[in-house]
Write a protein that binds this ligand. Sequence first.
Ligand SMILES: CC(C)(COP(=O)(O)OP(=O)(O)OC[C@H]1O[C@@H](n2cnc3c(N)ncnc32)[C@H](O)[C@@H]1OP(=O)(O)O)[C@@H](O)C(=O)NCCC(=O)NCCS
Length: 171
Amino acid sequence: MEDAERFFEILDNKNFIFFEVMLESVEDERAWLEKSFERKKNNQEHNYTILLDEKIIGGCGIKIRQHRQFIGEIGYFIDEEHWRKGIATEATKRLEKIGFEELGLNRIEVWMHPDNKGSEKVAVKSGYKKEGFMRKCVFNKRKQGYQDALLYAKTKKDYLASQATSSVSKS
Ligand SMILES: CC(C)(COP(=O)(O)OP(=O)(O)OC[C@H]1O[C@@H](n2cnc3c(N)ncnc32)[C@H](O)[C@@H]1OP(=O)(O)O)[C@@H](O)C(=O)NCCC(=O)NCCS
């Protein structure tokens, strides 16, 4: 909770044009963080802070689809100062390990706006497969309208196969 100001500082960025969370103030961020504990307890969302040299530089998390709790959706945001250093890709790798190995997921999705090239590249580099173009499936509160999204996903089977390949190549 004491980091609310820092999170707000990162998120209050006009270049976060594709990010859906709409915070107007540090108070909104505090309210969001406060509810995060409850959402974790109820297996709705599992959110994490991203630290670099002990400084907060972003956040990431997995939302659990409530009527199909074997499906999770990954999301991430990074302080603009640290874009393009591989941090979101590393965060995705750690999140999916938690998702598949601890939360019992069988499938992880990443949704992004079709023009969000950075987020799409994170998904591709992390080994997610493009499954579709979903029409009008996201509601943008700021624009008060529905938007399209790309769907990328990885199954537990894909994950285990990639783990096996990486352990063979390491040995
Ligand atoms: C999208 C975002 C999370 C990417 O974070 P990041 O830490 O910069 O991502 P990575 O460094 O792991 O990038 C992975 C690849 O994408 C590339 N990339 C990153 N941003 C890019 C952009 N805007 N356009 C094109 N490529 C981009 C990186 O260069 C890297 O490719 P490379 O290894 O070939 O150089 C970050 O830009 C962000 O926080 N944006 C605002 C919030 C947001 O849109 N979140 C996603 C919601 S779906």
